[in-house]
Ligand binder design. Sequence first.
Ligand code: GRF
Length: 222
Amino acid sequence: MARLTPSRLKIGVLISGRGSNLQALIDACAAPDFPAENALVLSNKADAYGLERATAAGVPGAVVSHRDYPGNKQAFEEAMDARLREAGVELVCLAGFMRLLSPWFVDTWRDRLINIHPSLLPSFKGLDTHERAIAAGVRFHGCTVHYVRPEMDEGPILVQAAVPVLPGDDAHALAERVLESEHRIYPQAVRLIAEGRTRVEDGRVVISGPVTALPALVNPPA
Ligand code: GRF
């Protein structure tokens, strides 16, 4: 008897720019055994290159510009929320989305809203993480996928990857190295959620099943 195809988790990706993490998620979803699918790419900027990536991949894209809601963040976020719901989105992935979300939006999507940040949180929250990591002289830097909470770059950590900071690195070189890891761990985190293997307990993410099988949890060889 033919087996019914199990349903895939519908993800919505929020972007503001080039969308290389979006591309990593698009590529992951193209694999037939990946347990999630791209239902919508939403940008707050009409000229975001990520929208072209969505079109090229046949993923629905939409623009909700914050500029259309001057001084009314709630209306901007309600418009985004409506588009996400219309598309049947079950998990929202922030991927270089450059607007701070209000507690209303974050609580509406609580534990169904994740972000990727280019540092090993809780170190280096905010912007210019690579410059600041070099200035601090840390030996390892990296990236984090986490559930979103109302405070910026806070929230239970799903997956992290560390990369070495090498002598002579400038922010650009370090950013490139970190970005390779971002593209690896974002699909990994989405897979964990889509497979129902994550739960939040006391502010931490508990993963069920064999975490040793997750390559992203192990530092790649130098
Ligand atoms: C990434 O470094 C991500 O960690 C941060 O913003 C950047 C977005 O890059 N939140 P891209 O648009 O995915 O290429």
